[in-house]
Ligand binder design. Structure first.
Ligand code: DAO
Length: 177
């Protein structure tokens, strides 16, 4: 049973960031207020010799009302006592892109095919998430394998976001940049 309290959201047990490293394609996304990354989103995570995780990501965005471009984004991660929970600092290659600090939680992953990311930006008075976002990642740009879909659906339910996702398309828009 899930009470939808952010503090009780189950995250990946014994999360291994080295196995998580590499490229992930966003195949679905639950948007936050003032969404930024639209589609053609992928993130590549790197673990350096000292064990620090960083990432670069890209995605199609629309800035200044109507200008469409591929945003190149960077992120650094601070470890926390829970190996699945990180504090993320992110910024864009250009100053007019979004930047900030977000939670970055690994909800579940098999490392080779699917991963469920979660970030609550604002916890409500009652302890539930008022504003947050979540990516469903796949190692394959074509989407999730049929055998992973049930696992992902069950996890969406556990984190109280079932029905809140939209599909993230990969059209090649950001391939050249
Ligand atoms: O798209 O609305 C949004 C929120 C995304 C914030 C930017 C994140 C950039 C770094 C991505 C790393 C992987 C989640």
């Amino acid at each position: 049973a899930q009470d939808c309290q952010v503090a009780n959201i189950p995250v990946m047990q014994n999360f291994d960031k080295s196995r998580f490293a590499g490229k992930w394609y966003a195949v679905a996304k639950k948007d936050p207020v003032g969404l930024f990354l639209l589609d053609n989103v992928a993130a590549t995570y790197v673990i350096d010799e000292s064990g620090k995780m960083t990432a670069n990501a890209y995605g199609r965005v629309i800035i200044l009302n109507n200008w469409e471009m591929c945003a190149n984004m960077f992120a650094t991660f601070e470890d926390t006592p829970d190996p699945a929970k990180f504090k993320m600092t992110y910024w864009g290659a250009a100053s007019y892109l979004q930047s900030g600090n977000d939670e970055h939680w690994a909800i579940d992953t098999d490392y080779d095919n699917y991963a469920i990311h979660y970030s609550c930006r604002e916890v409500d008075m009652d302890g539930t998430c008022l504003d947050g976002y979540s990516f469903i990642f796949s190692r394959h740009p074509t989407g999730l394998r049929p055998e992973d879909q049930k696992i992902v659906t069950d996890k969406k339910k556990e984190i109280c976001l079932l029905g809140k996702y939209r599909r993230v398309s990969h059209t090649g828009f950001c391939e050249s940049s």
